[in-house]
Ligand binder design. Structure first.
Ligand SMILES: *Cc1c(COP(=O)(O)O)cnc(C)c1O
Length: 375
């Protein structure tokens, strides 16, 4: 179903086909806001993940914002977060009035570890936001007692990790507040969208109120009433029925995506195994639904340009945040983040790619490394 050269795109949404009919049906139904289609998608997600409740929202950024509020994060608080993430993670922290406390990462996974989180915690820390880089679960279990004693809540940025597991348990069901993205290129797409996994019925109610402009009644109740209650502040963060329809169609076929992404990652692992000077970031493919395929190479900028010049859609995920102008006031030395930031390069990775596509990328990467060594 692609009308572009698969290797020219770093990432791309994958549609199975029935999404088109689902959107048409939702358009014809004539109610596009939060409605029963959104609520159906929420129950389907809850069943898939093995959790009692899911709160669908308009993006992962919104889910992180609401999740941090449920964790009690507010002005003056600090939130521990890796600098190695998409800027949305950090912006969600600023939305609460808190500020980021940047943590370093492990070079093999590009994720925080218990040790790097512990090193970053201060008396002002109220929450920790691990980023599940590439789809790999982050296990902070050995820190849990210490975090509980300090009143620190874990809010996971699982934008990359829909479908992944920690051991046998799906990410989202492991006990943290979890935020997923259903944006265009994520493992499951709604076009745009996201979800928050709350932990208690009280959190679920509050999250549902915050995402609907502070209004607590459901749409079904409101349309039969002459009034409604605005209980608190809130945002327009609901997931529209049009987006939910796409999500439901995608979720019903998620098995195929899980298989395709694992198969693709393993094909890269085989194709790159004998390539000197290339280290793959370890996504723990056994337990994860890989979101990307990131390698570390010397002379990255030269390798990157060589690949781009040959039509290969390489990318860099991500330039670190602690050196961005918006966040520089919270900068501090992060040696592993800084060293790996100059080496990382994301190879084209999306379910429409085939083994010959992988071979083409690997062959070009081999040439790029030989070229960059000569220059
Ligand atoms: C995509 C992404 C987000 C933001 O998700 P949206 O749904 O676009 O708001 C946050 N964090 C990471 C790591 C992401 O990749």
């Amino acid at each position: 179903m692609t009308n572009f050269d698969p290797v020219s795109r770093n990432a791309a949404p994958f549609l199975h086909g029935p999404e088109f009919a689902a959107v048409t049906e939702a358009l014809q139904a004539g109610q596009y806001g939060h409605n029963t289609a959104t609520e159906r998608f929420e129950s389907e997600l809850a069943q898939f993940l093995g959790v009692p409740q899911v709160v669908a929202v308009s993006s992962c950024t919104a889910a992180l914002h609401v999740g941090l509020l449920l964790a009690g994060v507010g002005p003056g608080d600090e939130v521990v977060v890796p600098s190695q993430t998409f800027c949305a993670t950090v912006q969600a922290i600023l939305m609460t009035g808190a500020h980021p406390r940047f943590a370093d990462i492990d070079a093999t996974t590009l994720s925080v570890t218990s040790a790097t989180v512990l090193e970053a915690i201060t008396p002002r820390t109220r929450a920790v936001v691990p980023v599940l880089y590439g789809g790999r679960a982050v296990d902070l279990g050995d820190l849990q007692r210490e975090l509980d004693e300090r009143g620190i809540t874990v809010v996971e940025d699982a934008a990359h990790a829909f479908g992944s597991r920690l051991g046998t348990i799906r990410v989202g069901a492991t006990g943290a507040l979890t935020a997923f993205s259903f944006g265009p290129i994520k493992n499951l797409t709604c076009g745009e969208g996201g979800a928050l996994i709350p932990r208690t019925p009280a959190q679920t109610d509050r999250a549902r109120t915050l995402r609907l402009l502070g209004v607590s009644q459901s749409q079904a109740t409101r349309i039969r009433s002459t009034t409604y209650d605005v209980d608190t502040f809130g945002w327009r963060y609901h997931l529209s029925a049009l987006h939910a329809a796409i999500g439901s169609a995608q979720l019903a076929r998620f098995d195929a995506i899980e298989t395709a992404r694992k198969t693709l990652w393993r094909a890269y692992a085989r194709a790159l195994a004998d390539l000197d000077g290339v280290t793959m970031v370890d996504v723990d493919v056994e337990h994860s639904v890989p979101f990307n395929c990131v390698v570390r190479v010397a002379k990255r900028d030269s390798v990157f340009q060589f690949m781009r010049d040959r039509g290969i859609g390489v990318g860099v995920h991500y330039p670190p945040n602690h050196t961005q102008p918006a966040f520089a006031q919270w900068s501090r030395p992060l040696p592993v983040t800084e060293a790996t930031a100059d080496e990382i390069m994301s190879l084209p990775f999306h379910p429409a790619m085939t083994e010959p596509d992988v071979a083409r990328v690997a062959a070009t990467l081999r040439d790029a490394i030989a070229y960059s060594r000569r220059s």
